[in-house]
Design a protein around this ligand. Structure first.
Ligand SMILES: Cc1cc2nc3c(=O)[nH]c(=O)nc-3n(C[C@H](O)[C@H](O)[C@H](O)COP(=O)(O)OP(=O)(O)OC[C@H]3O[C@@H](n4cnc5c(N)ncnc54)[C@H](O)[C@@H]3O)c2cc1C
Length: 444
């Protein structure tokens, strides 16, 4: 058969048979760089390499680019944080020092300039969080993809990389499953793994990059859900379900030692707590639970008032109410309505107790509960609900100035696949952009 014809006639079956098992029917010019994954890190890496004159192919197993970006920030995409760059490191929870070189190359200001140059207008909101003015996360994903295409990056969607091709300690390409379910090879002297973590696997991040890296001798630091809801057996949670409290102070205790304090929003679900405070605390809470340590979160529902001022306030409220009023009415003046009954139960007092029966001891207990509502934490939500994956490819085995593997020449890593994770607030996407940019420079 003549391969240049691209097909052959089978006398046996009367079918036109495409010889896809033996010959490529595609353009056979090979690529300089293959990027695995069209997420935030992969697209930043691909566009950077292409802009520097490389022929770049991005292989993405989903049907389109940036599936995860499109759901970030509740569909609004908190793409970075505008706080001074020197304060960034304190928000990176693992390997902040390793991340510093990538961040120095492409920091939060560079990210802001980059997207504004791509025509995405941005706004800075509470907590210095940066969002597209349109309020649409897909503007960020589309801008990255358009930038890649403008720089002649090729995308191959619905195509899953299944392994890496190496010769000795050098990379020379990837194996992949094409959209028809056939395994093929594509060669390139440089490969960038940007496959993300394992959280929200429906977006395509299912941890394949860890397998590729481990197969080539890289260490994978244990994977744990981070920025994930926490589970509590507290009996009142069922009735607090759906409540969101703002301006709460929370203290995380591990083995009865206070280890972290947060201020902000907390949300209650039937099984536990979520919202910004719970997510930020989850990083330490998950690790402590894995180590089988005791975890609890204590909420100060009246953080602006000292116990003494709160006592005065309660006495003032009581003085202004008829003696025949119920305790529940007093509570209505102190906490949101959905908390009244759960707090009465917590205090073990009937909601219809007359105010005239309220004594100083009960007021003392009420102050203790308002200033210290204790939620034991016994578990955490799995990866399906976690915003990021903690753990991943060990950073000690990566050159921090290039993102190249110290074990395999020509192999680079970018984004969440690395053992890097940060707090909420736009820091995790910045990790993807900074490491993607540095990897895409393909410094050796
Ligand atoms: C619900 C949610 C909200 C979030 N909100 C924010 C936010 O507002 N701000 C913020 O900073 N961070 C946020 N994050 C975290 C942030 O989205 C991630 O840290 C970031 O997207 C990671 O980028 P990445 O490119 O490393 O990985 P990903 O975005 O996960 O991209 C990896 C890509 O690789 C592809 N892939 C995987 N394996 C293969 C394979 N074998 N072959 C081909 N392709 C493959 C996947 O399909 C995927 O497209 C949020 C995360 C979630 C889940």
């Amino acid at each position: 058969m003549n391969p240049s014809r691209g097909f052959e006639y089978s006398a046996k079956s009367d079918y036109l048979c495409f010889p896809i098992n033996r010959y490529s029917v595609y353009d056979t010019d090979s690529y300089d760089v293959i990027v695995i994954g069209a997420g935030a890190a992969g697209m930043m890496a691909a566009g950077t390499a292409a802009r520097n004159g490389k022929k770049v192919l991005v292989i993405e197993k989903m049907e389109k680019a940036g599936r995860k970006i499109r759901i970030t920030g509740k569909g609004r995409c908190n793409l970075t944080n505008a706080r001074p760059p020197e304060e960034f490191a304190s928000q990176v929870r693992t390997n902040a020092e390793f991340f510093a070189t990538a961040f120095a190359e492409f920091n939060n200001r560079a990210t802001i300039r980059f997207f504004e140059r791509q025509g995405v207008k941005l706004d800075v909101e509470r907590g210095d969080r940066v969002f597209p003015r349109s309020g649409k996360a897909w503007d960020v994903a589309n801008a990255l993809e358009a930038w890649c295409l403008d720089n002649s990056v090729e995308f191959r969607f619905n195509t899953r990389v299944t392994g890496l091709l190496t010769l000795g300690n050098k990379i020379f390409g990837v194996r992949y499953m094409n959209r028809r379910g056939f395994e093929r090879k594509e060669e390139a002297r440089q490969v960038i793994i940007a496959t993300g973590g394992v959280s929200y696997p429906a977006t395509g991040s299912t941890g394949d990059g860890y397998t590729f890296a481990a197969d080539l001798g890289h260490t994978i630091e244990p994977l744990r859900p981070s920025l994930t809801p926490l589970i509590s057996p507290h009996p009142q949670l069922r009735d607090l379900h759906g409540l969101l409290l703002r301006n709460v102070r929370a203290t995380l205790f591990i083995d009865n030692e206070p280890v972290r304090e947060e201020f902000g929003e907390i949300g209650f679900s039937e099984r536990g707590i979520e919202g910004a405070i719970a997510l930020r605390m989850s990083r330490d809470a998950v690790d402590a639970l894995i180590d089988e340590r005791r975890v609890k979160i204590v909420l100060d529902l009246k953080p602006a008032l000292t116990p003494e001022i709160l006592r005065e306030r309660i006495h003032r409220e009581i003085a202004g109410m008829p003696e025949e009023e119920f305790f529940a009415e007093l509570m209505r003046k102190l906490v949101p309505k959905p908390m009244v009954m759960p707090l009465c139960r917590e205090l073990d007092i009937q909601s219809k107790t007359y105010l005239k029966k309220i004594d100083d001891r009960l007021i003392g207990r009420l102050i203790t509960v308002l200033k210290g509502f204790v939620l034991p934490v016994t578990d955490y939500a799995p990866f399906e609900y976690a915003v990021v994956t903690a753990g991943g490819v060990c950073c000690d085995e990566i050159n921090r100035h290039t993102m190249e593997s110290l074990k395999i020449k020509g192999l680079y890593f970018a984004g969440e696949v690395l053992d890097l994770d940060a707090n909420t607030g736009g820091y995790n996407l910045q990790i993807a952009f900074s490491t993607g940019r540095l990897a895409g420079m393909l410094k050796q």
